[in-house]
Design a protein around this ligand. Sequence first.
Ligand code: FBP
Length: 336
Amino acid sequence: MVRNTATSVVTIDRFIIEQEHEHPGASGALSGILTDLALAAKMIANKVRSAGLADVLGSADQENVQGEVQQKLDLIANETIIKALDHSGRLCCMASEEVEELIPIPDKFATGRYVLLFDPLDGSSNIDVNVPVGTIFSVLPQRTKGARGTLEDALQPGTAQVAAGYVIYGSSTMLVYTTGAGVHGFTLDPLLGEFLLSHPNIRIPEQGRYLSVNNAYEQHWAEPVRALMRRYRGLDGDHTAMNVRYVGSMVADFHRNLLGGGVFAYPANARSPGGKLRLLYECNPLAFICEQAGGLATDGRQRILDVVPTSLHQRTPIYVGSKGDVAIANEMLGAR
Ligand code: FBP
């Protein structure tokens, strides 16, 4: 029997609309934001793919708000996202890891009731050596009343997120997102120029194979963190030894562990006592995705999504991944 497979191709646009239909009161604004982000992702993917040819590699000779040298592609990705979303009438403000202050919606454009937080190109220090990089985003509802958003709208705990996702620019380009109804992955078909549903309902294994951590900081970790890592590696206690895999590009490390199971950890260390990674642009969105896939995320004291942010560029330690493995981090680090 020949099966009709014509309807089995699900584009991201179709998927977003079908999900919207499950919420009869939805205005379509969130769907529009996701569609705009998918377009921005395709534009950034295009730049990343031709980076070596187009003189966009290397440093732009500027430092970002973290004091790190920005790569040219960081700036391009940042601008691409802002320009793809600022005129849509769906956002009241944005904030980016690459921009110190809140990004206002220009007066000439209408505003909406959502806030977009993003890291335009995570792992960008790896670009010059052709290692996968990614874009991470988080969408919050506006909580103040005015047309233009304020800092208060951006400084909400991760539990307030209505959507979060990432794009990985790897051997293929993938967009993975959640709106709180599971985690779904789409692969960019470069010939069609469309993201197609390739990984519906991603579930992270309960126990994982991979441990992703930068061991070079071991001497700067607190003793409980060192003990935890020894346990993960099967050196102490009864944990099966995990394979250490560390790309040094959070999206790539997180993505592998989401599919294969395991833990991504960036603990605090004596040099970065508050951790390195940013709560709003990196940790909250990936924690939301991980929990939606059946995993956990903690800072070692509490659930990442419960942390109440006090500043836009706040950093945090993070342990995110398979439920069974992150539970051990909670236990050994004394999380409540
Ligand atoms: P950037 O935002 O500056 O790229 O830093 C984030 C990041 O590259 C993560 O993607 C990665 O997990 C981490 O830093 C690597 O840091 P380290 O080199 O200290 O292990």
